[in-house]
Design a protein around this ligand. Structure first.
Ligand SMILES: [Zn+2]
Length: 71
């Protein structure tokens, strides 16, 4: 499997929910989780989520999504 964003690289992590691979750089940049704000049954065991959760970007994404989808 190749990285979703870098077709020349082997994926090092795979999103179990979406079945999409990502390389280390994408994970470092927090580009890996396609759905950081919606429910994911794999999240508890998701390495992508785990490694990304402390990032500033994830925080912003989540904040934007909760603001946009609030009922
Ligand atoms: Zn990549």
């Amino acid at each position: 499997m190749k990285c979703r964003y870098h077709q020349d690289r082997e994926a090092r992590f795979v999103c179990q929910k979406m079945g999409i691979g990502y390389c280390q750089e994408c994970l470092d940049n927090c580009e890996a989780c396609t759905n950081p704000c919606t429910y994911c049954k794999f999240r508890q065991s998701c390495i992508i989520w785990e490694l990304c959760r402390r990032s500033e970007k994830r925080y912003r994404l989540e904040k934007a999504a909760s603001g946009g989808l609030e009922k």
